[in-house]
Design a protein around this ligand. Sequence first.
Ligand SMILES: CC(C)(COP(=O)(O)OP(=O)(O)OC[C@H]1O[C@@H](n2cnc3c(N)ncnc32)[C@H](O)[C@@H]1OP(=O)(O)O)[C@@H](O)C(=O)NCCC(=O)NCCS
Length: 267
Amino acid sequence: MTEAVNEVELPVSSDEERARLYPNVVFGSHVFIGSGVKIGTGSVIGHNAVLHNDCQIGRDVRIDDGVVIGKQPLRSLASAVTHDVSLPPTIIGNGCLLGTHAVVYRGASIGDGVLIADLATVREQTVIGELTIIGRGVAVENQVRIGIRCKIETGAYITAMSTLGDYCFVAPEVTFTNDNYVGRSEERFKHFGGVTMQRGARIGANATVLPGITIGEDALVAAGSVVTRNVNPGMVAMGSPARLIRAVPAEQLLTLSQAAIAVHGAV
Ligand SMILES: CC(C)(COP(=O)(O)OP(=O)(O)OC[C@H]1O[C@@H](n2cnc3c(N)ncnc32)[C@H](O)[C@@H]1OP(=O)(O)O)[C@@H](O)C(=O)NCCC(=O)NCCS
């Protein structure tokens, strides 16, 4: 995937060393490059970017100012649910775009052509499929799997242990949840579970989805809903609590051509 490789044990410390190791990469000012970092030809790295040890950046990647790649997770002394684990290097695929101050943790794997917009965060043990868009300020928590060609819009919260199939759409400020015990009782540890969206499922703006819920293939959750029960494939769910009200109009069902519109069209 990548061509230039920094095999030195220490961070790259001089402009000369950087030019030797990464001759076909454009760097802004004050870029930190850890040991073992790979950067593909044609990539452009903005000012004050931080590329931690071992991260693998593909070809023709644009990394804007202040981006951090390969951040180690923080573990609070008071945290009951995070554990120290050894994480593999961060992988950023070919042609990705990372906006200003985006943060991608160590142990995240980002497919080719993914856009991660300004201020978004992608946590460890997360996989994002090719050509997916992660909008401005989106939080993708740990252990999340996101398929190809999804759109996750500004400010959405994708809670830990969630799974999104291919071609899913998550509107602005949608909130996923994974703890029905809301931080109390030992019992909760047995029941943590994120949200599952099957292929082509869509969720309207500002909806809240409760822990462990599945939104079926091609289903639609209306804006502002609170989803407390699974949503059947191809159905519209609306309200608080959300109720199934009708089938998704046939012309909105995902076909290969509509999948292309969903990604490249005017939405
Ligand atoms: C699902 C959706 C498309 C339904 O809209 P719609 O087809 O105009 O709804 P209907 O015409 O069938 O409305 C039927 C009734 O439900 C109400 N209703 C519509 N959307 C509602 C919603 N999200 N929540 C609660 N009630 C809703 C209507 O007011 C109407 O009530 P009434 O008969 O008493 O007047 C719409 O609610 C929605 O979620 N749009 C998505 C917007 C969005 O988030 N886009 C993302 C990109 S920004």
